[in-house]
Design a protein around this ligand. Structure first.
Ligand code: HEM
Length: 559
């Protein structure tokens, strides 16, 4: 729906030129400007009538696809979409609107969106016709400032090249050697968290006149999770300890917190980018644009310095590190600037997502105390105590804890950290034989698909880690949570644009969760949040509790 401002300007210029050609020279500039503006206004009016009314209501080939009822005349379902968390209205639509794999809905200015909902439709968009569907240029512009044009934002041949050359760094044979690092940093994080909780508990553990049990304090877990995942991606991804665990004021940590904090101006810029080109939005004189530029410069500089360090080591033949950057650097496939873009991508894509998963895991364990106890029993009886400073864990030990993996998978299904993602048809194409015109927005919504009853069964809406455990010897369905298709679990997407860091993230998440649950007992601070409907969620690229997740954490003895 981006405004064709170049065409409008060209047509207005040409029209104004010819219309005013015979005017006396003293009036000519005034009439030229008036004609130019009038030309723009007429075209804009025509464009709005065509795009907002005529196309979506009378001409679009998408008319006739199942859609939610109660559209507003000009803004479709925008009110409900903007009020609720990303993907939440679609969670209801996917289960209540009868469909053959596609649902159409309209957003702001009736812009049409298509949501693939069946395994066949998702398979076409994500795998067989993957390169027919690209990330919209407006979205790429916005994100490229913080992520660089790394793997996440590259398209077509450039994407294929980058993916091929980065895949070895994320292969299991490589990631399995990183488990020891994940465990070491998880243990370090839990030690610092333990000290803080015991210190707060010693100050007088009182919450709204309620006396807390011994060794218990109130803490916000999202912040701890972000600091630990930032240090993990630092060491295991880039070979640098950012020290965010020990220093909450660490500049990189603060930079990401500022970028990701809910912000009115950021929301305005997002909405403007629906109609204006990305570069124009980035130049608007708003404070938020300055903050983003400043943050992006700092992140870019940090990444550049890291690459310089590694290159020096490589030149001196001293590069034997296991981190992802070292493997990518040794491949020799990337220029320095391209590596900077990749690092910026790994930093952002690789820490907030796992921190979101950790936050939702703790929330779910607060709501399901039986799951928390059962998980702790498994962890304490199979993994070395955190007090053993030199104890290491291997991929074998972590990957063979059935309940730990079941809980991790169920959290990732139930609260996917990236709730939705957007594609745009780059050519006229089809999904499930239905024509999809070039430019159509296709919205892939893990938040909705992961809870689709037609794919998961009637209990799709229930948090139940047991669905990931075998029901009998040799039960192959356990690996996919007993869903009817692999496409039912969309948390990391599928196909050539699926999350390249999936194996890394799952291992990191399992290590962190095991260390936290082995050491602490968690209870929700605000009892109202025991009802999920009362949990206010901040949507966006990743999904988190809007006001943080505040819990009562008790340091437990004996492990
Ligand atoms: C629980 C944690 C994570 C989740 C839920 C997650 C989810 C996703 C999703 C949904 C995508 C596809 C986005 C799109 O195409 O619109 C993606 C892509 C990507 N992720 Fe992750 N991610 C996680 C962790 C990580 C980690 C730890 C790394 C790096 C170390 C990483 C690196 C990437 C990269 C580079 C891409 C782009 C892949 C491509 O386009 O070829 N992610 N991730």
């Amino acid at each position: 729906m981006a405004l064709p401002w170049r065409t409008f300007s060209a047509v207005s210029l040409i029209t104004a030129y010819f219309v005013t050609a015979g005017y006396p020279s003293q009036w000519r500039i005034l009439w030229f400007v008036t004609n130019f503006l009038a030309g723009w206004a007429v075209q804009l009016f025509g464009f709005v009538i065509w795009r907002v009314v005529l196309w979506p209501k009378l001409f679009s080939p998408l008319i006739g696809l199942p859609e939610p009822s109660g559209n507003s005349f000009f803004n479709g379902q925008w009110k409900i979409i903007s009020e609720k968390t990303s993907g939440v209205p679609m969670m209801e639509w996917v289960n209540t609107i009868p469909h053959d794999g596609l649902i159409r809905y309209q957003g702001l200015f009736n812009i049409e969106r298509v949501m693939p909902c069946s395994a066949k439709a998702l398979g076409e968009v994500l795998v067989t016709k993957n390169y027919d569907f690209q990330k919209p240029s407006q979205m790429r512009w916005g994100l490229a400032r913080i992520l660089g044009i790394g793997l996440l934002l590259a398209e077509g041949e450039e994407h294929k090249f980058q993916r091929r050359n980065l895949l070895p760094a994320f292969a299991f044979r490589h990631v399995k050697d990183l488990y020891a690092t994940f465990w070491k940093i998880s243990r370090e994080g839990v030690q610092v968290m333990t000290e803080q909780i015991l210190a707060d508990a010693a100050k007088g553990p009182v919450l709204d006149d309620e006396k807390l049990p011994e060794n218990t304090a109130v803490t916000e877990v999202g912040n701890w999770a972000s600091r630990m995942t930032l240090d993990i991606i630092g060491v295991a991804g880039l070979g640098r300890d950012f020290n965010a665990i020990h220093d909450p004021n660490n500049e990189l940590n603060q930079t990401y917190r500022t970028l990701l904090a809910p912000n009115k101006q950021a929301r305005i810029l997002d909405i403007l980018s629906i109609i204006l080109p990305g570069w124009m939005v980035a130049k608007l004189p708003l404070k938020r644009n300055g903050t983003v530029s400043h943050a992006a410069d700092f992140i870019r500089q940090t990444c550049r310095a890291l690459i310089e360090e590694k290159k020096t080591k490589l030149a001196e033949n001293k590069l034997h590190d296991l981190d992802i950057l070292s493997v990518a650097l040794e491949s020799g496939a990337f220029t320095d600037e391209n590596l900077v873009d990749q690092l910026m991508t790994f930093l952002a894509a690789g820490h907030e997502t796992t921190a979101s998963a950790m936050t939702w895991a703790i929330y779910m364990l607060c709501l399901h105390q039986d799951v928390q106890t059962r998980l702790r029993d498994e962890i304490r009886s199979h993994l070395p105590s955190l007090s053993e400073d030199t104890a290491e864990v291997t991929s074998q030990e972590i990957d063979h804890l059935p309940y730990l993996n079941a809980v991790c998978n169920e959290v990732l299904r139930y609260y996917p950290p990236a709730p939705l993602t957007i594609r745009e048809a780059a050519v006229d194409t089809t999904i499930c034989d239905h024509p999809i015109p070039k430019g159509t927005r296709v919205i892939i919504i893990p938040n909705a698909i992961n809870r689709s009853k037609s794919l998961w069964g009637e209990d799709a809406d229930k948090f139940n880690p047991d669905r990931w455990l075998p029901k009998f010897e040799g039960d192959k369905g356990a690996a996919s949570g007993h869903a009817t298709s692999n496409y039912a679990f969309l948390t990391f997407l599928h196909g050539p644009r699926s999350c390249i860091g999936q194996g890394f993230a799952k291992a990191e998440f399992a290590c962190l969760l095991a260390a936290w649950v082995g050491r602490f007992q968690f209870e929700i601070r605000d009892k109202a949040e025991l009802d999920e409907k009362n949990m206010v969620i901040k949507g966006g690229i990743t999904m988190r509790p809007a006001n943080g997740l505040w819990v009562k954490a008790t340091v437990l003895d004996g492990w």
